[in-house]
Design a protein around this ligand. Structure first.
Ligand SMILES: CC(=O)SCCNC(=O)CCNC(=O)[C@H](O)C(C)(C)COP(=O)(O)OP(=O)(O)OC[C@H]1O[C@@H](n2cnc3c(N)ncnc32)[C@H](O)[C@@H]1OP(=O)(O)O
Length: 414
């Protein structure tokens, strides 16, 4: 079967969304509102489709959009975020994703994007295109009675206060809070106005119907908003008429540890609630240690999350800061020919340049993507045979240079 791969036209949006829904195993029918939202919020030039040459039908989809990724030290680099990747089951393993990805990465590099990012549906898909797992995510289930928290005193002890607000108020205060957190958390990406509309129910797409939530805002002792939690609860009672509700947290944005602590305490203090599912958090989240008994928080998910593909090594490595000084010469291989070469990183000055000096380490661009945000250990990659040491001590130095005290975290799904 042959297919043409190209950006879609406006008249093809409906069929393109239907293909996304089918590829993601969602039977939802595409509505006029879905089409309008995609037309307003997607750049058609960056929205690719593959069209079967025999039938003319859209059989594969791919989209990228402009994003900002916070790197260690707090700078934000321009990223091309990849999403809505699907190939119909009838057309898989014929190279369609490979063609769409090649076109998108080349365009992103030509545009001047420093990295490309995505959240992989399955681990084995994207390594071949030069992406590496750059951050991880974790989820806990809290056994509330076991926490040891005093659930009869949910009011913050630090002079702050918590108020329940409606979705419109959450939509109003949320973006500034999210931006503050993005600037202080490497691995975080910006959240668009469109996404804010979706998570607060102001807009809805048929493939992901909105379910009502509660929103709690934390204000510190000075009255400044420093945290927001969005959550839902189910309605379970035992035969003995004992409430056994579970709270599912969909978002908890805090810009101070005090706000974070107060919101978790609040969520664990709601009458009837026996369990709290935290939603995706940082793998080194403070949460378990906020509880008098941290074992009450059982880790239920720990997996790779944000994948990073370096497109411009000089700008990428030059944008972040490093834990310790040191000079490393990296020989980076890139099968796609986009970012390969030999680079000299001076971690003391933060400068990265192309060089002809002998290499200290050899690695491929995906492994550099795994090191980039500070999550992965060079020592571990060397043990796996993914980093080769050309100068004794270079692996240990790379480990010290690249890693960060707190692990990167991307709270947003895109
Ligand atoms: C960022 C996001 O949107 S993540 C969402 C990804 N989409 C999904 O998971 C939806 C369901 N899956 C699909 O739609 C498709 O299988 C895709 C998009 C993952 C792959 O599309 P395809 O057109 O089949 O990929 P393509 O033919 O270009 O495959 C290239 C290579 O990757 C391999 N590959 C592709 N998908 C997978 C997979 N899921 N697991 C393991 N290997 C895979 C292929 O076997 C092939 O390897 P080969 O060259 O050694 O034969």
């Amino acid at each position: 079967m042959s297919a043409d791969v190209r950006p879609i036209a406006e008249a093809e949006i409906r069929e393109w969304i239907q293909t996304v829904n089918t590829g993601f195993l969602t039977a939802a029918r595409v509505t006029d509102s879905d089409v309008d939202l995609r037309a307003k919020n997607g750049e058609l030039a960056r929205t690719q489709g593959a069209f079967d040459t025999a039938t003319g039908r859209c059989v594969a989809t791919f989209r990228s959009f402009a994003q900002r990724l916070t790197v260690p030290g707090g700078a934000a680099v321009p990223s091309s975020a990849v999403t809505n990747v699907t190939v119909l089951p009838t057309h898989r393993r014929q190279g369609l994703l490979t063609r769409m990805m090649a076109a998108d990465l080349a365009a992103a590099r030509d545009r001047g994007d420093v990295v490309s990012t995505l959240i992989a549906a399955e681990f084995p898909i994207y390594g071949r295109y030069g992406f590496g797992p750059g951050s991880h995510t974790a989820e806990w289930e809290i056994d509330v009675p076991r926490t040891g928290l005093d659930r009869h005193r949910p009011v913050p002890a630090d002079g702050g206060r918590i108020d329940l607000v409606d979705a419109a108020e959450a939509r109003r205060v949320g973006p500034a809070l999210h931006e503050r957190r993005r600037a202080m958390t490497h691995g975080t990406v910006d959240r668009s106005a469109y996404r804010w509309d979706l998570v607060t129910g102001l807009q809805e797409v048929s493939a992901q119907p909105y379910r009502e939530k509660f929103f709690a805002v934390y204000r510190d002792a000075d009255g400044e908003v420093a945290g927001l939690a969005a959550y839902r609860a189910d309605d379970h009672w035992s035969d003995a008429k004992i409430p056994q509700n579970t709270v599912e947290v969909t978002d908890l944005i805090a810009v101070t540890p005090a706000a974070e602590r107060a919101l978790w305490h609040y969520l664990c203090s709601i009458d009837w609630v026996q369990k709290v599912r935290t939603g995706y958090r940082a793998p080194d989240d403070l949460l378990p240690r906020f509880l008098p008994d941290p074992r009450a928080a059982r880790l239920v998910t720990c997996a790779d999350f944000l994948w990073v593909r370096l497109l411009d090594v000089v700008r990428a490595l030059g944008a972040r800061t490093y834990a310790v000084p040191g000079v490393l010469v990296l020989e980076v291989s890139d099968a796609a020919g986009l970012a390969g070469g030999r680079y000299r990183l001076d971690a003391g000055t933060g400068e990265c340049t192309r060089t002809r000096e002998p290499a200290d380490l050899r690695l491929d661009v995906g492994s550099l993507g795994s090191l980039y945000l500070g999550d992965e250990s060079a020592v571990r990659l060397a043990a796996l045979g993914l980093v080769a040491e050309e100068r004794p001590g270079a692996v240990a130095l790379a480990d010290a240079v690249f890693r960060t005290a707190r692990r990167p975290w991307c709270p947003d799904v895109f």
